[in-house]
Unconditional design. Structure first.
Length: 274
């Protein structure tokens, strides 16, 4: 059995919505001491509120110890007010980790005390079950020790990758940050297509859910490229080939996915410009 997740001191989570709540669930699942966690959120989701109560975690406490780590998980649209509030709790030994889509290290630095060590991260919601992936980048003040702490926190939620070029974060957001929604949409549309093909709605939904999740697990466990796994399912002149001919047409799935990822990346850049 692995050792419990350990951090160097108090952690302040600002924002306990879908993503903040997912990260918190991942940390608690790996044994993070709840006494070290403090949460600030005026309206947390009910499931998050129940989890906080179950673990005895303080929600919106009147006073806070100076945190060693601040995790910003609010909506990007309220970043200015969030940074103003958080700045009162950021000391010289505080590491700030932001998961705000589109909000650059420069904008974060401008809203926090001079010299603050800042890591910008983009996780995704499978973090709640330890199957997420997070891409991180840091400012010049971030130390190797900070990278280790940030990496440990995010590895509790799944895979981690560090990049040196912050400009890549908009594309990261569009692919992996928003990506789970694309997969869920696939399950929705596959179920609806099954109904149109004559299946009862409940059976179509069950088939779509099991197929998407099962294929995802196969992809996770296999060392083969996705293209090889696709080819393994496809017999020449068969039913799968007939469907893929439609999906792989010049204006098919790849064209649509390119447009979707481009739109998400552009929105990320817009949020950064604020």
């Amino acid at each position: 059995m692995s050792a419990p997740l350990r951090i160097p001191g108090p952690l302040l989570l600002v924002g306990a919505g879908k993503m903040g709540g997912a990260m918190l669930a991942g940390w608690l699942r790996l044994g993070l001491d709840p006494k070290l966690v403090h949460v600030v959120d005026p309206q947390p989701a009910e499931e998050v509120r129940q989890a906080l109560e179950a673990h005895g975690i303080a929600l919106n406490p009147a006073s806070l110890p100076e945190p060693k780590i601040v995790v910003l998980a609010v909506k990007p649209q309220i970043v200015a007010s969030a940074l103003e509030a958080v700045s009162r709790h950021v000391g010289k030994d505080t590491l700030v980790i932001s998961i705000l889509a589109g909000i650059t290290l420069g904008k974060l630095d401008a809203g926090l005390p001079a010299g603050t060590r800042i890591v910008r991260a983009m996780p995704n919601t499978p973090a709640a079950i330890g199957r997420g992936i997070t891409v991180l980048t840091g400012n010049a003040e971030v130390t190797p020790e900070d990278r280790a702490v940030a990496g440990q926190l995010l590895e509790a939620c799944g895979e981690v990758a560090w990049i040196g070029d912050e400009d890549l974060m908009d594309a990261v957001t569009a692919v992996s940050g928003s990506g789970p929604a694309y997969v869920f949409l696939l399950a929705e549309t596959l179920a609806r297509a099954g109904v149109k093909a004559g299946l009862p709605a409940d059976l179509a939904a069950r088939l779509a859910r099991a197929t998407v999740s099962g294929a995802g697990e196969l992809l996770h466990r296999s060392h083969a490229e996705p293209s090889v796994l696709r080819e393994n399912v496809t017999s020449k002149g068969g039913t799968t080939a007939a469907a893929l001919e439609v999906l792989m047409a010049s204006d098919g799935l790849e064209w649509l996915m390119n447009k979707a990822v481009h739109a998400a990346a552009e929105r990320s850049r817009e949020l950064g410009r604020g």
